[in-house]
Write a new protein. Structure first.
Lengths: 424, 150
């Protein structure tokens, strides 16, 4: 890589050992991908929690903090694995909760804003067209690239942190024009009417096109989707396909037309998605004996609008005895939603609202699953259906209202497809 | 040193030179979705490698799934003593690369010959990131031609 005078100084150790180690790590990554240079970044977003870091990661973080590592630009944290008010009730391990507190303290010592949210793009920071950032998790990346036209690769925790320490990232992948061009066309012959529909589209496109470098171009969008709809589509594409970007003609900033979105590329395939395809996704899940005592709204954390809707659907009703309904959101969203009465309504119905976490990364999840007697999990998040599988849940994707019906009855039906003509 | 039985060149590579037993997967990989990160065993129900331990193996995957978790998770499983020796990907994503470099585990991307048609699980292979090659050193079952896969 070609290094600027500043970057050479960092590499020599003129700015201290933590900066030297950070840029050495970044150069190794840049060399792998053939990056020619660094680009300055204005914002970073990082994952860092005890569930994914383990004791080794905690020790490394402590070493960095005590060595004087300090972030030079704004950096926030992704959802973590512990809501400290629910450690005992969930059956999480107190010792691990203490480690999580130490992680938070080390991160703050390094000038990291521990905001604990995976919806930073809705609540904390909205980069502009062409702005270079270094974000993770994947849902934040695909939203930044696609909806804002900002530029970022998938950044794991250590590399996002390194980027914030040096204030730059190697110029490869989605920082480059050529990689951002669409190479797959998806015609939407359907008007998706639920977050689960958008997530199902993400699964249908992502699964058969699994590649970081696949960039779908959606055409024929009948109605401009909301931020939450784009969030569920993006999260599912990133999860099933490992995609970091999509275009939606007439909606996203780098897609005024199909031609502009493709940028001269010939699409590798052209697919069409119909209502029947989405209904086939819903029918593909095995509901076993039809009983389900776990419903989760999470992955990504819920926005204020999603919290309002869940509270309305649950208003005056009661989660079935023996069933659990979880909602996860950010600390800030929970506070606002509390003041607006949404959280009270969800809790009055028996729902549990966790803050600052995401369900699939909860600490001690496999033992909790055993202890709680959970097997099937119903959710409107296609991402959650895919990400939680290592814990051996039988995951079932359903529309939001069907999820609520499962929470109230303790039962899930095999066929969730909608009647013909019922499209809204 | 005997000449390798087969040499595959790779497009990109990083990490130390390692030797070990190959595990060939026809399905992609994510440490979050597929792996029990406390035992090192692939635990996702229905994964083509379900029940297989990744410890000390040279893992061949066509694609990467997800995900941000690998950034820390590879360092964590290395700390727990259950890490593989190398990841060999057809197409990977940056987090796998970032995570492997952070944990000092060998990683490669792209291949001149599809390992699925040339290497069997259990074969002994060397990954040399400096020369960007994968070398087949011995077969588990000595044959001149690998049997076709179903």
């Amino acid at each position: 890589m070609q290094l600027s005078t500043d970057e050479q100084a960092m590499l020599r150790g003129d700015r201290g050992l933590p900066v030297k180690e950070a840029i050495e790590f970044q150069i190794a990554i840049g060399d792998f991908f053939g990056a020619e240079r660094f680009v300055p970044i204005s914002n970073a977003h990082m994952m860092g929690d005890i569930e994914v870091m383990g004791d080794a990661g905690l020790a490394r973080l402590q070493q960095m903090a005590e060595g004087g590592a300090r972030c030079a630009i704004g950096i926030t944290t992704n959802a973590r694995c512990i809501d400290f008010d629910h450690v005992a009730s969930l059956g999480q391990i107190e010792d691990e909760a203490q480690k999580e507190r130490r992680i938070i303290a080390h991160l703050r010592q390094m000038n990291v804003i521990t905001a604990d949210t995976c919806i930073n793009y809705q609540t904390l920071y909205q980069p502009h067209l062409g702005e270079h950032v270094a974000w993770g998790d994947t849902g934040t990346v695909i939203y930044a690239n696609s909806v804002f036209g900002a530029r970022t690769n998938f950044e794991g925790g250590p590399s996002a942190l390194a980027s914030a320490i040096t204030g730059r990232t190697p110029a490869y992948g989605f920082h480059l024009d050529a990689v951002r061009r669409g190479n797959l066309v998806v015609e939407l012959d359907v008007d998706p009417s639920d977050y689960a529909d958008w997530g199902a589209i993400g699964k249908l496109v992502g699964e058969p096109n699994q590649s970081y470098y696949a960039v779908p171009v959606f055409t024929n969008v009948r109605r401009a989707p909301t931020s939450d709809e784009l969030k569920h589509l993006g999260a599912a594409l990133a999860s099933y396909g490992s995609h970091a970007m999509f275009h939606m003609v007439g909606v996203t900033p780098e897609a005024p037309s199909v031609e502009a979105a493709l940028g001269g590329n010939t699409p590798t395939s052209v697919m069409k998605i119909t209502r029947a395809d989405i209904d086939r996704v819903y029918r593909s899940y095995d509901v076993k004996d039809g009983r389900c005592n776990l419903v989760v709204f999470s992955a990504p954390q819920l926005s204020l609008f999603e919290l309002k809707r869940i509270s309305e659907l649950l208003d005056g009703r009661q989660v079935a005895a023996g069933s659990k309904l979880f909602v996860t959101t950010s600390n800030a969203m929970k506070r606002t939603a509390s003041e607006l009465g949404y959280i009270g309504r969800i809790e009055a119905a028996g729902g549990i609202v966790l803050e600052g976490v995401c369900f699939y990364i909860l600490q001690n999840l496999s033992p909790i699953k055993q202890a709680m007697g959970w097997s099937s999990l119903v959710t409107n998040s296609a991402k959650l259906v895919n990400t939680i599988t290592a814990h051996r849940f039988n995951t079932i994707l359903r529309r939001t209202e069907d999820c609520i019906a499962t929470a109230l009855s303790g039962n899930v039906s095999q066929d969730s497809s909608r009647q013909p003509g019922a499209e809204r | 040193m005997n000449a390798p039985l087969l040499t595959i060149t790779v497009d990109r590579a990083a990490g130390p030179i390692v030797e070990g037993e190959a595990v060939i997967s026809t399905e992609g990989f994510s440490p979050r979705y597929d792996l029990d990160r406390w035992t090192g065993v692939i635990s996702k129900p229905g994964h083509r490698l379900e029940g297989v331990s990744i410890k000390d193996k040279i893992l061949f995957f066509p694609t990467a799934k997800g995900g941000i978790a690998a950034g820390w998770a590879f360092y964590d499983i290395r700390g727990k003593g259950i890490a593989p020796k190398a990841f060999v990907f057809g197409v990977t994503n940056p987090v796998m690369v970032q995570g492997a470099i952070f944990a000092d585990i060998a990683i490669t991307e792209g291949w001149s010959v599809d390992p699925l048609s040339a290497i069997e699980t259990g074969d002994w292979v060397r990954v040399d990131p400096t020369r960007r090659v994968i070398e087949l050193l011995r077969r588990l079952v000595p044959t001149s031609v690998a049997p076709p896969r179903g």
